[in-house]
Write a protein that binds this ligand. Structure first.
Ligand code: ACO
Length: 323
């Protein structure tokens, strides 16, 4: 018998304002065609003035709790992945805790940029497996519009705001690959690549800063590292690429998503794609894609899912779970 972290609820929230690619044509030397062709992005959502990451996260958390039919008072922990928390401290997770009316348990943020959600899922799974928590809300939430340099066409057209959440609950499985829940994880980082993708400000430099990225260099690393981490997780679970029902990748660029699927020998009919509608929402992109994938009727109970992501650090990883 094995304690497993099983997904019992999923939900998401997107800010109201939708910004199509064409809006950038007025202020930047860019076109809708370039953005679509090079990234697959068609539109993204931007948070309203005064709308913060914890606001988006709390809405996604409420949706996941409603989906699971679980009350906030019964949640033991919140693990929130973000690089754009409202304040330096306290954590956005504690703000969500207060907003949803959870007065017990514990809450903390995880910061691994675009890989944040797989890091958060892996940590939440470990909390459940070790018996430290029975019900954990795992949230990815970002307001990357706040760290864009609006004069830099190579970055500001790529990112968006949003939040997604899963409720994980402890269930006892047989210890086989047929069990529901998280079956294996793989986390990696290599700080030698920290200059490929970073924000040029922070508390210690007394500024907020803007996102800076050598996109083509990140691209060079992405497909190989993503395919390898996905295969490592599958191997740890005792499964192969042929067992996969859905890849739910970090939604940064359709060319990376297609290249990774191809490297794994899987067709695009096995990939959940939302990048056209959300852009790159960093740590929010995987839970957003899981929630939309379920809404579309693609993801069904019992499906074997691999999530994978890479981002600033570089940090990358994957999670294999049965829905
Ligand atoms: N419109 C028009 N032209 C542009 C634009 C734009 N918006 N942006 C860049 N260009 C130009 C460049 O200036 C360059 O022009 P040049 O050849 O005259 O110098 C040309 O287009 C090609 O630029 P590249 O950067 O080589 O283009 P590429 O095909 O690599 O696409 C992109 C760029 C979309 C950024 C891609 O490299 C990418 O997606 N990289 C990975 C991003 C990623 O996955 N990041 C990790 C997650 S994010 C996180 O962790 C926060």
């Amino acid at each position: 018998m094995t304690r497993r972290a099983v997904v019992t609820g999923v939900g998401h929230y997107l800010p109201e304002r939708v910004v199509p690619n064409s809006e950038f044509e007025a202020t930047l030397d860019t076109t809708d065609e370039w953005i679509r062709a090079r990234s697959g992005i068609e539109r993204r959502h931007f948070a309203a003035e005064g709308e913060t990451t914890s606001d988006l996260a709390a809405n996604a958390a409420r949706a996941a709790l409603a989906d699971a039919g679980v009350s906030a008072e019964d949640v033991d922990a919140i693990v929130l992945a973000t690089s754009t928390a409202d304040l330096t401290f306290p954590s956005a997770a504690t703000m969500v805790q207060a907003a949803i009316g959870m007065t017990r348990g514990f809450a903390f943020d995880v910061q691994a940029v675009c890989a944040g959600f797989v890091y958060a899922l892996s940590n939440a799974s470990a909390l459940i497996a070790s018996g430290q928590a029975d019900k954990v809300l795992v949230i990815g939430a970002e307001t990357f519009s706040r760290i864009m340099d609006w004069t830099d066409r190579s970055t500001c057209v790529l990112f968006g705001d949003g939040a997604g959440a899963l409720l994980l609950e402890a269930q006892t499985g047989e210890g086989t690959t047929d069990d529901r829940g998280i079956l294996a994880t793989d986390l990696n980082s290599d700080g030698r690549y920290k200059d490929l993708l970073y924000v040029d400000g922070g508390v210690s430099t007394q500024s907020t800063g803007y996102l800076r990225m050598q996109g083509n260099q990140v691209f060079r690393h992405a497909i190989e590292k993503l395919a390898r981490t996905a295969e490592t997780s599958l191997e740890r679970a005792g499964l192969t690429n042929d067992d996969v029902d859905w890849i739910v990748p970090h939604q940064a660029n359709i060319r990376i998503i297609q290249g990774t699927a191809k490297k794994m020998g899987l067709g695009m009919d096995k990939v959940i794609v939302t990048v056209q509608d959300h852009g790159n929402t960093s740590a929010a992109s995987i839970p957003l894609a899981l929630s939309v994938g379920k809404q579309r009727g693609q993801i069904k109970p019992g499906d074997l899912i691999v999530t994978e992501a890479i981002g600033g650090g570089l940090a990358w990883g994957s999670v294999v779970l049965r829905w």
